[in-house]
Design a protein around this ligand. Structure first.
Ligand code: MIG
Length: 884
């Protein structure tokens, strides 16, 4: 409300260019507000690989302002900027390469960022830089003339209006003991009218103009039964916005963990382009411009400008700052069966047996809050789970895993060790009076662990040690829920902003980090219980920038309705673009009962999404995949089996996400950055660079309208192998059996030749390579392989990273990364070449040692698919297949 009183116009901030200092790390200068005369310190630096950072803090604050810790993986490596011009109120800074220039205008203060002469973005050009300096509370002020005025300002009426020192929210009173401290800044993105990002909400892929309504909000909240198409933030926040135009992608990363609002407005502006003629006449054309205004409740301004220029560069730049996706253990890419709740040991065994009985693969069964002794996490209900270790041994023999829920609220109960220990050590978040903050959650009265404290995180991590966590084994992994944090009967169902954390920071400063820290501590705990050997799996509901380092996220409590299936695609794409590749939505919809058709369609979509878990609410009917009649069981079985067959490709994509920050699931425009028709597509997506997936999200659909982009591309039906006529917009008939999936010409996809009961049952199953030829009859692809669960790939370089190239009718297998070694007896059994021009006469396979053998093949004239069988070529060796 206070910031919104500042309207676009001439900024009252002026840069004091005399104060400029330049070092290897940064350029610093001060700016002053013409009215209140408060000095702010501006720091600009260039970070290697086309990132610029702008920081604004008070020059001499009354007390330190909150600066988000632990999100950046390290202090970024800076590059020296040069002053290339300093005169008449203008300061121009150049990067070493001279590709980028930052032009600082003194009065009013503005910064413009140019790339090779092209203005990409400017800051404070709408004059919306806003910075509330810290002040002593009105009661402490000496009655000077100026302060009298200030005291008058904070008269009761004004206070209630603007909430400077306290604010009411319903029946809640937020006391702001440090007073107003909000910050804000505007950015103009030149030439851009497509913007994306800033999860999490149930919204479209493209961010909309907010001028006629609410701003986008980043404030982690537990919104049960959230509506579709709402700008309010739900469980997680990543303050990263992406902007795209045909020749450029840029990103703005606003590093602030307090409640944040983002206003967006796109318009067309006239641009003068000097013509070449000597007369110097200027042409005018309308170009788009997007204004983005960020406003945060507190903290400092610390913003990273990710200059791309490609989308993949922006993803890398963001990962350079916040880390890449953790490499998941392979089992966690299988199918997960969850429910609130699987009742007891018998229930777990029965569900497990059901999968085998119905020949449906799955990897993990989940236990929700009811498995505990009265919602005391790290314990078991003694009646229902009398022998949790034995139950886990049973699952282990079946080569399956268990995930249990561990929430951040701790039951107030002096006989509960976790509570009494934490209480004794002072590990809970405090209320504004210094008492342990108590809220209501599942266990009733609860305290909340202060995960912002590193000592608490260490202690918490230790709780996962096998000897401490009774009844846990190394097949048990963890699910962190309710970590926004959710506080029943709290303001907006969360913690009061005036609660107090480690180092006396108020909750308002750290709110959006709470879930991030819990998942960090949990992942650390799972790593530590294995003495650093095993990869953790932790699913979290709340998240922040950088959560990708610790595991997976899901989209929370969706509803079993078609609209939620549909919106899950843009939601997952948005989370993926914000660095978190390992994401998924509850298959079937958490709330309510899906009709069988919806459930089937959801399984078919989920099978081609990164995190694949069926889940359902307590009140909903049982929903195991075999409960909906023979035909539906058959279709769901097939969808899940397709997922398992696809795992080698998916795991390879995760390796790319882990090492090169490429999102596993990505919007079409990322792969086709020059094709404007893809920019808003959100009903289909790319899985890696090779598969285009178009889930069916309409009831009783007989056909879907698919966009196959790229006039120079060839697309193949992934199941029927046939080449699609021409790219463009196609009407594709559908049946309930399948959703449309297409392979892009020019790619090779590694698959397993069949599915098994779980990922661990599939280790020895042979591979198939799906080679889809492009217009030049070429294709390339990769396969990444390791033990699937440990850190040996990292510490001992025990992995295989293979490359498959199809060129001039030769398919060759070679090594992509010689530094890695991993032995497998697994073979490539089958190769299918899609779009092969004519029936070959003979085909041979030769290994590097010169052994040659003839290959059995079949050629299908109708589809032009060439199938090579019984190959038995080692996965870990070089070889060639020659087609004549
Ligand atoms: O508000 O633990 O989103 O997946 O089953 C309900 C019970 C609390 C919310 C999670 C949901 C989970 C449920 N939890």
């Amino acid at each position: 409300r206070r910031q919104k009183r500042l309207h676009p116009g001439r900024s009252l901030y002026r840069a004091l260019l005399d104060s400029v200092t330049l070092s290897d790390e940064n350029v610093k200068f001060q700016i002053i507000h013409e009215d209140n005369k408060v000095l702010l310190q501006v720091e600009i630096c260039e970070i290697e690989s086309n990132i610029f950072r702008l920081k604004i803090d008070e020059a001499s604050p009354l007390r330190a302002r909150y600066k988000v810790p632990d999100v950046l993986t390290k202090e970024p490596t800076t590059q020296r900027l040069f002053i290339s011009q300093k005169e008449a109120g203008i300061l121009v800074l150049s990067s070493v390469s001279e590709d980028y220039k930052l032009q600082v205008t003194a009065n009013p203060f503005q910064v413009e960022l140019q790339s090779k002469g092209e203005t990409v973005l400017s800051m404070n050009s709408n004059g919306l830089l806003y910075f509330e300096h810290l002040q002593p509370p009105p009661s402490d002020r000496k009655p000077t003339a100026e302060n009298k005025e200030a005291a008058h300002d904070s008269s009761k009426e004004k206070q209630e209006d603007l909430g400077l020192w306290q604010e009411k929210f319903g029946r809640f009173l937020d006391i702001k003991s440090h007073g107003p401290s909000s910050v804000g800044l505007d950015f103009s993105l030149h030439g851009f009218d497509h913007v994306y990002g800033i999860p999490q909400r149930t919204e479209a892929l493209l961010l909309k103009n907010t001028s006629d309504g609410d701003a986008y909000r980043l404030y982690n909240l537990d919104v049960f039964g959230h509506k579709i198409h709402d700008k309010i933030g739900i469980y997680g926040s990543v303050p990263l916005l992406l902007a795209h135009k045909p020749n450029r992608t840029s990103g703005i990363f606003w590093l602030n963990s307090s409640e944040t609002l983002v206003d967006i407005s796109t318009k067309a502006v006239a641009e003068h382009t000097p013509s070449g003629s000597a007369a110097g006449t200027a042409k005018q054309r309308a170009v788009p411009l997007t204004d983005v205004r960020w406003m945060s409740e507190s903290g400092i301004i610390d913003v990273f400008l990710l200059m791309g220029p490609t989308a993949f560069d922006v993803f890398k730049q963001f990962a350079q700052l916040t880390g890449t996706q953790a490499l998941p253990p392979l089992f966690s890419l299988g199918y997960h069966q969850c429910r609130w709740n699987y009742e007891d040991e018998q229930d777990v065994k029965a569900v497990d047996a059901g999968f085998d009985e119905h020949d449906i693969p799955y990897d993990v069964i989940w236990l929700d809050i009811e498995h505990t002794d009265g919602k005391r996490y790290f314990t078991w209900d003694k009646e229902k789970f009398q022998n949790p270790r034995k139950m886990q041994e049973y699952l282990r023999k079946k080569k399956r895993k268990l995930v249990v829920i561990v929430d951040p609220h701790i039951k107030v109960d002096p006989t509960y060790t976790l509570y009494s220990q934490a209480k004794g050590k002072g590990y809970f978040v405090k209320d504004r009076n210094g008492q342990d903050f108590e809220g209501i959650c599942w266990p009733g009265s609860s305290c909340y662990l202060d995960f912002t404290n590193p000592e608490v995180r260490k202690w918490y991590a230790d709780q996962f040690a096998f000897k401490t966590y009774k009844g846990s084994t190394n097949i048990l992994f963890v699910w962190n829920d309710m970590n926004e944090p959710s506080v029943f009967k709290g303001a907006e169902l969360t913690m009061q902003k005036d609660a107090v954390h480690y180092n006396n920071w108020e909750h308002r400063e750290v709110h959006n980090l709470y879930g991030f820290y819990q998942q960090m501590a949990t992942a650390e705990g799972l790593i530590r219980r294995s003495s650093g050997k095993e990869r953790p799996f932790v699913l979290t509901r709340s998240f922040f920038a950088g959560s990708q380092k610790y595991g997976a996220v899901w989209t929370g409590d969706n509803t079993a309705e078609w609209g939620y299936l549909k919106i899950s695609i843009p939601m997952l794409l948005t989370i993926s673009m914000a660095g978190i590749s390992f994401c998924g939505a509850d298959v079937g919809g958490f709330i309510g009962d899906p009709e069988p058709e919806l459930l089937v369609r959801w399984y078919q979509a989920g099978a081609y999404q990164p995190f694949f878990r069926g889940h359902s609410n307590m009140e909903s009917k049982r929903r195991e995949p075999w409960l909906f009649g023979e035909k539906n069981t058959q279709i769901i079985r097939e969808a899940i089996r397709q997922r398992y067959v696809l795992l080698p490709y998916l795991y390879t994509l995760f390796y790319r996400a882990h090492t090169a920050a490429e999102p596993v699931m990505r919007p079409l425009w990322v792969e086709f950055p020059g094709k404007i028709e893809t920019f808003g597509v959100e009903n289909e997506y790319m899985l890696g660079n090779a598969l285009l997936v178009h889930p069916v999200t309409e009831q009783e659909a007989k056909a879907v309208i698919v966009l196959l982009p790229g006039s120079e591309e060839i697309w193949y039906d992934f199941r029927k192998f046939k080449r699609m006529e021409d790219p463009g917009i196609l009407k594709i008939p559908v049946t309930l059996e399948n959703i449309p999936v297409f392979q892009r010409g020019g790619t090779v996809i590694p698959l397993k030749t069949t599915a098994g009961k779980s990922t661990e049952w599939m280790i020895d199953i042979s591979y198939e390579l799906r080679v889809a030829l492009d217009t030049e009859a070429c294709a390339i692809g990769e396969l990444y392989l390791d033990d699937g669960h440990s850190f040996q790939y990292l510490h001992k370089k025990q992995f295989l990273y293979r490359k498959f190239t199809f060129h001039k009718n030769i398919l060759s297998s070679s090594c992509t990364d010689e530094s890695g070694q991993y032995h497998t007896t697994c073979v490539v059994e089958r190769v299918i070449v899609l779009g092969f021009g004519q029936q070959p006469t003979f085909v041979t396979a030769c290994s590097k040692d010169g052994k040659e053998k003839e290959v059995i093949f079949t050629y299908d004239m109708k589809t032009s698919a060439l199938t090579l069988e019984n190959l038995a070529l080692s996965v870990d060796a070089d070889w060639e297949i020659c087609i004549n």
